[in-house]
Design a protein around this ligand. Sequence first.
Ligand code: GDP
Ligand code: IMO
Ligand code: MG
Length: 429
Amino acid sequence: MSVTILVGGQWGDEGKGKVIDLLADRVDMVVRSQGGNNAGHTVVAQGVEHRFHLIPSGILNPDTLCVIGHGVVVDPNAFLQELERHQQAGIDTRNLMLSDRAHMVMPYHPVLDKLGEEMRGDDRLGTTWRGIGPAYEDKVRRIGFRIGDLQKPAFLEKKLRFVLRLKNETLTKMYGHATFDERAILDEYLGYAERIDPYIRDIYPVIQDALQHDRRILLEGAQGVLLDIDLGTYPYVTSSAPTAGGACTGSGIPPSRVGRTVGVFKAYTTRVGYGPFPTELTGELGDRIREVGHEYGTTTGRARRVGWFDAAVGRYAVSTNGIDSIVLTKVDVLDALPTLRLCTGYVSKGELWDHPMANISHLKHCDPVYEELPGWQTPTRDCRRFEDLPAACRAYIERVGELCGAAVDVVSVGPDREHTLVRRLPLAA
Ligand code: GDP
Ligand code: IMO
Ligand code: MG
């Protein structure tokens, strides 16, 4: 039972990267299991900022094996650029491996992503334009290309001829867009093949061996539960499963081996892109929290929408993922506020809901029910133990845990590793 799953409990950007980095030196292996370079994780280690999109932030620890699992969709160009950037920053990347079963983002995927969004007009989702949706579509449609295909040029060529016929047909007839050239794609991808080859592995025996020897494994989720294709605010979601269940399928690790599931939550809520956000603060207060929290996306630089902590969302994430440990981040961002609000449910059409309802238009127009708590109006950045936090801050944190239904084991009061208050280490025994 030495496996720990870490998921984002809200709409992404909860601070997962920081927590993974924090835990990485206490585990043998970090496995990323879904999403692609739509993810953006900023980690500050010893005052230096590192940005991750595809490569697990566990790579900052040279002794931790970092695996990109088969549930991830990998843009080979983005992967190589990120790899080079980390190597130039002096990070040792020898402990990195990439599943040969992981699907690839092909050059037409980001183009189709953007065109699809334009076609939706006012109903667009606000995707990251990284081609993630179209890549997962092709995987499910069974016309995707996998990383292992880079090692089979003849197969790649034959399959591309067939797939490109479909893609070019869609591009020209649906969107009036230019076609893609088969030779150019082949040359480009076979060029990547040579550089990616040292990282490609059949990860099945690697993971089985680690399980057999009871090695400590940390499964790194990208995005967040409310962006999940099934449990999230569909269609305003991503195209993968950023849940505990998704972590198992995307890595090949059985649920029976999972000893702990950690949910990372921000002390308030943010969301990038469109879709319902019941506790959103659109006025001055929202702007203030955005500025104090530097709420601008790591991947696209977009301003994040900001709102109060939504415990109805929190409880939903805890119960659907079996979260038994909460990490609450960015508590310091709330330091100056005189009063705080926690959403406990919603009223929609005269009915009280304790969880986000499936009907997206009802969720868009519901009235959140709030509890009001006093603020602490004291800086928390220099606190190093939970007991050092102001009483009102501790009360807020405990109430978040109570409403969500899991213990808050770690509190984060700043971006650096040292700004972390650990009450109980959130790892499987
Ligand atoms: P992720 O996608 O879940 O890894 O989160 P992001 O990296 O996209 O966004 C979290 C941002 O908040 C990053 O810039 C972190 O450096 C920063 N951060 C993480 N924890 C804290 C915290 O406790 N306080 C503050 N002020 N910033 C934090
Ligand atoms: P991390 O791992 C926040 C959002 C996009 C958009 C929706 C669909 O940094 O928490 P996509 O490109 O995935 O098809 O876009 O999902 N989104 C994220 N929002 N953090 C992320 O990742 C996200 N990854 C995707 O903004 O609303
Ligand atoms: Mg992020």
